[in-house]
Design a binder for this molecule. Structure first.
Ligand SMILES: [Zn+2]
Length: 449
């Protein structure tokens, strides 16, 4: 086809600002981007788009910023039903006395499906189009997410004690293998191994994990160095820091996604750099559980890929990536003592382009660039809390809230239109979720709460 013949396309979106989040492309004003067969074309100046495309539909967003769909790189979606269930506790008390007993008592396939539906509704409404999930019953997560069309990296829950999903670590690995076959026809669902943490996975299990990783070629996502206590206990038990133990076990590399990393000394930094291990930063969860602070600015200075995650709603207590970006930017400044640390655009990159990189999806996701997946969101900046807009990235990271997301598309399909969730029934989900308040009311460990 000659270059001067406009192409028929499904959709053209004209926006006041476009943040492509692509190397070398600045924030664009009064540009348009097209969508066809789920992929992006453009962007171009609005006045020139007729030279390139003949759209079936046009959406005009006159005071909005258009950006890639947000990527929440660490979540436990089913735990949304435990939002506010056990607050204001340190990590191990929270896990041992509240979360793990409650999971034994209540978590079923149906619980995970209902919790995931709630989480997906919240994430979509707030502009998240891709998430990584680590929770019991990944099959239930897939059942909710597959027809919905969100993108997810499912991390299978692997731990050395019996769970509602698997009686032991080895069975969990076998179930992961089976799940990989079952999910082969779902291109928006990818699979990862999700060993819980160094302190719940023994050396024999780490060996089996390595074998399975080599066999299946899947990424690994694991909570690592969440607290100083974890590192101290690791030192006492193994004579080395947990990250070093994972390194010695041969597990680290660009396929390894280390969640939290609040404790990083020079030797840890050297290991992360040498192996190109990825890091997922969950600032709000770390603050709420008083776990520590990930030195994000130092990691970025050393070219380590860092994504952002909310963690589960039981330790956050929401799944709002706008909150998370702001918190990450503020915390990085506080921790480093440098107000220039993690500027707004870098925080936004962690929630988009870098999130895709950490999840190994950077070839097709996380940027508004020709040929990339049409996962994009619009944020209405013309609100009392975000005007005047001197710099759109600043408004997005420091001033807006997630309810200013007006439109969400995944693969070109609309999920939010004019601030309304169109792919899920919000009212039904709210009613269904409230039912769990009664179901979980008499949980014994709640007596002191
Ligand atoms: Zn977590």
């Amino acid at each position: 086809m000659p270059a001067n013949v406009p192409r028929d396309v499904d959709l053209l979106i004209e926006a006041r600002w476009i943040l492509p989040m692509s190397d070398g492309l600045p924030t664009l004003e009064n540009h348009a981007i097209a969508v066809h067969d789920g992929r992006l074309l453009g962007p171009w100046p609005q006045a020139e788009s007729a030279l390139h495309v003949r759209p079936e539909r046009v959406v005009r967003l006159e005071h909005h910023a258009l950006l890639p769909g947000l990527i929440n790189a660490h979540n436990h979606a089913g735990m949304s039903l435990m939002r506010g269930f056990a607050d204001d506790l340190p990590l191990m008390t929270w896990l041992n006395q509240h979360i793990w007993p409650a999971e034994s008592a209540y978590v079923t396939h149906e619980f995970v499906a209902d919790g995931t539906r709630l989480a997906c509704a919240e994430m979509l409404r707030g502009g998240t189009t891709t998430f990584a999930d680590m929770y019991l019953s990944p099959e239930a997560v897939a059942e909710v997410v597959a027809p919905l069309g969100m993108r997810v990296q499912l991390c299978t829950p692997l731990i050395d004690f019996p769970t509602p999903w698997a009686p032991d670590f080895t069975t969990g690995l076998m179930k992961t293998d089976a799940l990989r076959d079952q999910l082969a026809g779902y291109p928006r669902i990818s699979l990862a191994l999700g060993p819980h943490a160094p302190y719940t996975v023994g050396d024999a299990s780490l060996d089996r994990l390595l074998e399975t990783q080599h066999h299946l070629g899947l990424p690994i996502q694991m909570h690592v160095h969440e607290t100083a206590d974890e590192v101290e206990r690791g030192m006492a038990q193994d004579g080395k820091r947990p990250l070093r133990r994972l390194f010695d076990a041969g597990l680290l590399g660009p396929h390894f996604q280390a969640v939290h990393m609040t404790q990083i000394d020079d030797s840890d930094l050297e290991i992360l750099c040498e192996t190109k291990t990825r890091v997922i930063h969950c600032p709000q969860s770390n603050l709420k559980l008083a776990s520590g602070f990930c030195p994000v600015a130092r990691l970025l200075d050393n070219d380590i890929a860092v994504a952002l995650g909310t963690d589960g709603a039981a330790s956050n207590n929401d799944l709002d990536m706008f909150d998370e970006m702001k918190c990450a930017a503020l915390l990085a400044k506080g921790v480093s003592g440098d107000a220039a640390a993690l500027p707004a655009m870098a925080a936004l990159a962690m929630a988009t382009r870098e999130g895709a990189r950490v999840l190994g999806m950077e070839s097709h996701l996380g940027r508004l660039q020709e040929g990339f997946e049409a996962d994009l969101i619009a944020v209405d900046l013309d609100k009392i809390n975000s005007v005047p807009v001197h710099h759109p990235a600043s408004a997005i990271v420091y001033a807006v809230n997630s309810q200013q997301v007006s439109h969400v598309w995944i693969g070109g399909e609309a999920h939010v239109v004019d601030g309304q969730l169109t792919s899920l029934d919000s009212d039904a989900i709210v009613a269904e979720s409230q039912r769990y308040r009664d179901i979980m009311r008499h949980f014994p460990a709640q007596g002191d709460h």
